[in-house]
Design a protein around this ligand. Structure first.
Ligand SMILES: Nc1ncnc2c1ncn2[C@@H]1O[C@H](COP(=O)(O)OP(=O)(O)OP(=O)(O)O)[C@@H](O)[C@H]1O
Ligand SMILES: [Mg+2]
Length: 505
């Protein structure tokens, strides 16, 4: 099958998201779609999947123009989509989720249920998805949930499968497994469209790479003939610094101190097992670890979202162990949360409102009673400029921004205050290479101004690029605390896998 998008144009208020875009996808190949935040990748794929309607242009399947009034039409034409935010019913089993909406009649009768199980098991085996039809979705990790979404699409006989940033939320191990699945899909003759900001992934997995910039196709590249630096430049339109430039750190006294912190879940599981470490002024401490080893709980405990059973957290000597998020904020600690949808932005508020969301009650935006809106707007406009947030205006609702641009709004807001410490969780998730360069530079700048910075990232490359000191978490404990210049990727990798543990000095 060959699917062609011809001259696709899509306008939103104040912006042309797709501007006369042409793109061809064939079965049996992997096409990577790359481009800056807001370039129009998700929009284009949503048009191909019948979620949005193009203002101009046509979708041509095997030479015949088609109209997709809804995803149902696209699915019928053999197109499937795996969204970044999964749409599964947590209390259903794998098989129930897969057949949802296409089961023969009403709720599954016994015969249909057996048949559904058989088919789910069969597809799972064929593509190496390794799914248990009986498992309850809510108990499964993200990587497995993604495979259910893949199975759903295959169950509906997709020939072309679109993935919108599938690896952004996966651990390195899960990414390897995902690539194996992509290989199996390709071997079975499926076509795959793969959106990513990780250029190494595009170069590794794709047969072809298409680049969008500001709504237009700027070209395509052969992964065998282009390298990461060239691809980055093609995407952004200027040379991009892919390595972090920073001077040697000159840390001062401890700013953020964590002492013997013990956190237990409501179910009684110990998720932070008596953790101690310091982040000094003018130092970046990177937390490395496979996702799910206590990093989320550590950040929650530090930012007032979770109370520990015992232990203390102090900032410049004052105790913030049981402080609320507001008090943590007022202690001049920035928090870049890992889940921007849930805790970073208010989607219905404008970009400007989100920019000042956490400081609206303080100078210079407010003098007690009155909100100084013109000052707030001025600051918001500056931040939009500096962080290159691609938005039609500062009055646009944040929910209309592309994923990466939403992330930039949060980072801009959090890093633009006067700070003592920064706690950044996955600070560049979903952000394009050009903006990663800027965000990393801002983090280093904060460090150079004497701020204590804690960066938590499941991207080991990001931790190693930014950190002056690396702390490795494994099963709720700190198994290593290393100077960056005395360690390397492979040693940290061993600690992350639990294959090695540092002896107390
Ligand atoms: N529902 C919408 N309403 C208004 N504007 C929108 C909507 N969806 C997307 N846009 C705008 O269209 C443009 C393209 O957005 P899109 O989400 O396609 O970008 P993207 O390439 O997927 O970016 P990212 O890498 O950040 O995910 C952006 O300027 C965005 O603000
Ligand atoms: Mg997108």
């Amino acid at each position: 099958m060959e699917l062609e998008l011809r001259g696709i144009t899509k306008r939103f208020p104040g912006v042309v998201a797709n501007d006369d875009v042409n793109l061809t996808v064939r079965t049996g190949e992997v096409l990577a779609l790359v481009g800056e935040n807001g370039a129009g990748k998700s929009t284009l794929m949503n048009i191909m999947y019948g979620l949005y309607h193009a203002d101009e242009g046509e979708i041509v399947v095997d030479g015949t123009p088609q109209t997709f009034a809804s995803p149902g039409d696209a699915i019928a034409a053999g197109i499937g989509m795996v969204h970044q935010h999964f749409m599964l019913v947590p209390v259903f089993t794998v098989a129930e989720n897969v057949v949802l909406g296409v089961e023969p009649t009403g709720f599954l009768g016994r015969i249909e249920r057996d048949e559904a199980h058989r088919q789910v098991a069969e597809i799972s085996a064929q593509y190496g998805l390794d799914l248990d039809p009986e498992a309850l979705v809510e108990t499964l990790p993200v990587g497995i949930q993604q495979r259910i979404e893949i199975l759903k699409v295959l169950f509906r006989n997709a020939e072309i499968v679109v993935f919108d940033e599938p690896t952004a939320v996966l651990t390195p191990q899960e990414i390897e497994e995902f690539f194996n699945i992509v290989d199996a899909l390709k071997a079975a003759g499926k076509g795959i469209v793969f959106i990513t900001h990780k250029l190494k992934e595009a170069l590794r997995i794709a047969d072809r790479i298409s680049v969008l910039r500001r709504g237009k196709t700027v070209g395509s590249a052969d992964p065998k003939e282009i390298n990461e630096v060239q691809l980055a430049e093609m995407m952004v339109g200027r040379p991009v610094q892919l390595v972090v430039e920073k001077e040697h750190a000159e840390p001062g006294p401890a700013t953020l101190s964590v002492d013997d912190l013990h956190v237990v879940t409501p179910e009684g599981r110990s998720v932070l097992d008596h953790i101690s470490f310091d982040v000094r002024a003018g130092e970046i401490v990177g937390v490395a670890g496979v996702q799910g080893n206590g990093q989320t709980e550590l950040v929650e405990a530090l930012t007032g979202l979770r109370d520990p059973v015992s232990g203390t957290v102090t900032i410049d000597g004052s105790d913030i162990t049981t402080a609320t998020p507001r008090e943590v904020h007022d202690a001049r600690i920035a928090h870049i949360p890992e889940d921007r949808q849930r805790s970073g932005l208010v989607g219905a508020f404008s970009v400007a409102e989100n920019m000042v969301l956490t400081s609206y009650a303080s100078e210079p935006f407010s003098s007690g009673f009155l909100m100084n809106w013109s000052k707030a707007r001025e600051v918001a406009a500056e931040l939009v400029e500096q962080y290159d947030v691609r938005t039609p205006s500062i009055d646009t609702p944040a929910s209309n921004l592309s994923g990466g641009n939403q992330q930039k709004v949060i980072v801009a807001r959090e890093l633009s205050r006067e700070l003592r410490a920064v706690i950044a969780s996955q600070p560049t998730r979903g952000v394009d290479v050009g903006s990663i360069e800027y965000i990393h530079a801002q983090i280093v700048k904060a460090r150079d101004e004497g701020v204590a910075v804690l960066v938590v990232s499941t991207e080991l490359d990001e931790v190693m690029a930014l950190a002056d000191r690396v702390v490795v978490m494994y099963r709720g404990r700190i198994v290593a605390n290393l100077r960056r210049d005395e360690t390397d990727h492979s040693e940290v990798g061993l600690f992350m896998a639990g294959a090695k543990e540092q002896q107390p000095a």
